[in-house]
Design a binder for this molecule. Structure first.
Ligand SMILES: [Zn+2]
Length: 506
């Protein structure tokens, strides 16, 4: 590298960093507002707050539209080979955004945000009234925005749905997913039939025994502490829908929701969100210095939350670890329940209507249904009005259950208020963590660590192999780096067959 080239790269990096520092100030404020809106903001204050949030995002968007910024970022991309791997990841990410947004003017960006906002408001109303017709027009508008975004992208891919997937899970294609989900259907459909015919009876009555919010809060705190959540760098509270927000390097927040007759729901949502928070808390500091801390894919993130929720949280070893504490915090629930019964109840397979409450086994079907419907929507070969019917038919076909209304059917999830292509990342998460769990098992005795509450060793392994490289790689490269193998759905299917085969004796 010549001295001159070196100096110009340095200068461009400085320019890009300076703009991103400012962008980050706006985004940081937006995230705090967003967290407030979902936790404590009064209903009538929401609209104004939404507008302030849109204002700040638009400011940040405009900053990245300056000629100076774009030319510096594009120059970095052109010389990406000369950069260190952190800055190369940044240059790649800016280049992707640039191609995607080059033809999107700030006015269009604002218009898209307003359509998504309106869709959100209409969805809330529609869900409340269990009436899809209130949301139908918004859904059509969201489809239009997504198609327009694809048409405007400079790097558009031939398969329309691939462009949307790429936003959440870069590198994955519709073809990859179809292959995975076909394999899931082939192996899980017959297995579900066997499970349903099995004579095994699993007792679940005690899961609906009443407990107070206060005791659930104590349990949530205990679980977060157990898994290694750092309360000096994280906070937790409640919201309608549990979520995690990586707000700043030393500020990761999680929420949960307490139902008096469903204590296990808040236990496992806090473990899930706690997993997301551990990922945020334990990423390399360099991610922030090089502005790549939000380059993780959603599938990578979900792999971690589901690793803690399912692979660890629903294991025999973990139930053994927490059982004493459960009896202490919820004495009336567990007075006549054994550890084995609790383990089995947490893993009961029961086809149901609501994705977020689905068991680990049937969860994949909820995603397959959404994946198939999303493709129909994006490809334009479906009438929006007929979607509730299609939704209900697919639930009947795959799970043998039929929603009684739109609230427990097509209106249950918020995701379609801001576009399509998100859902498959949940399933991909299960597939990634099945692969790295197998790798981890070769190196440490995972069950023994869990039995002894040794999360230092587990989290240490995650930090070194799973969390460290995520922001610098697409998920296929990343999973290969961790496991030494190409991405496959087989580890996940083998795990599910073994676990539920043993549980149900099939
Ligand atoms: Zn999640």
């Amino acid at each position: 590298m010549t001295a001159k080239m070196n100096a110009s790269l340095e200068k461009n990096l400085k320019t890009v960093y300076a703009v991103l520092d400012e962008v980050e100030r706006y985004n940081h404020a937006s995230r705090v507002l967003g967290f407030d809106q979902q936790t404590i903001c009064p209903p009538l204050g929401m609209e104004e707050q939404g507008e302030t949030s849109a204002f700040l995002s638009n400011k940040a968007f405009q900053l990245t539209k300056s000629k100076k910024f774009i030319s510096a970022a594009e120059d970095l991309y052109a010389n990406r080979k000369l950069l260190n791997e952190w800055d190369r990841a940044l240059a790649d990410s800016l280049h992707r955004d640039y191609l995607r947004n080059k033809n999107v003017t700030p006015a269009m960006d604002k218009q898209f945000s307003l359509i998504f906002n309106k869709a959100f408001v209409n969805w809330i109303q529609a869900k409340k009234n269990a009436d899809f017709s209130i949301f139908a027009d918004s859904l059509a508008q969201v489809r239009k925005v997504n198609l327009k975004q694809i048409a405007l992208a400079e790097n558009a891919k031939r398969v329309p749905y691939d462009n949307l997937l790429d936003i959440y899970e870069r590198g994955m294609t519709t073809k990859d997913l179809k292959k995975c989900f076909d394999a899931c259907k082939e192996r899980l459909v017959p297995m579900l039939q066997k499970i349903q015919k099995s004579k095994k009876k699993i007792r679940t009555d005690f899961l609906s025994r009443k407990v107070t919010d206060e005791s659930q809060r104590e349990m949530a705190k205990y679980l977060l502490q157990t898994m290694g959540f750092d309360f000096k760098r994280g906070a937790f509270t409640t919201s309608e829908h549990p979520f995690t927000d990586g707000i700043a390097p030393d500020d990761a927040r999680v929420t949960t929701h307490y139902y008096e007759n469903m204590f296990a729901s808040s236990m496992f949502s806090i473990i899930h969100e706690g997993g997301h928070a551990l990922f945020e808390m334990n990423q390399p500091r360099e991610n922030f210095a090089h502005h790549i801390q939000y380059c993780k894919t959603l599938g990578q993130h979900e792999s971690v939350s589901r690793f803690y929720e399912n692979r660890i949280g629903r294991s025999r070893a973990f139930v053994h670890l927490i059982f004493k504490k459960c009896k202490e915090i919820f004495p009336t629930v567990f007075e006549d329940v054994s550890e084995k019964q609790f383990y089995e109840a947490l893993n009961v397979v029961e086809p149901s209507l609501i994705r977020t409450e689905a068991d680990e086994f049937t969860y994949t079907f909820h995603i397959i249904i959404r994946f198939e419907i999303e493709q129909m929507i994006v490809n334009g070969n479906v009438d929006i009005q007929s979607l509730p019917q299609i939704w209900n038919d697919k639930y009947e076909e795959y799970l043998g259950v039929r929603p009684g209304n739109d609230r427990e059917g097509i209106l249950q999830d918020v995701h379609w208020t801001s576009g399509f292509g998100y859902f498959p990342t949940y399933s991909l998460g299960n597939m990634y963590n099945a692969m790295y769990y197998n790798k981890m098992k070769e190196e440490i005795d995972v069950d023994d660590c869990i039995l002894h509450g040794d999360f230092g060793t587990i989290n240490g392994w995650m930090k070194e192999y799973v969390w460290k490289f995520a922001d610098r790689m697409d998920s296929k490269t990343w999973i290969k780096k961790i496991t030494g193998r190409e991405f496959t759905v087989n580890d996940f299917l083998d795990y599910v067959e073994k676990k539920y085969g043993e549980l149900y004796g099939v």
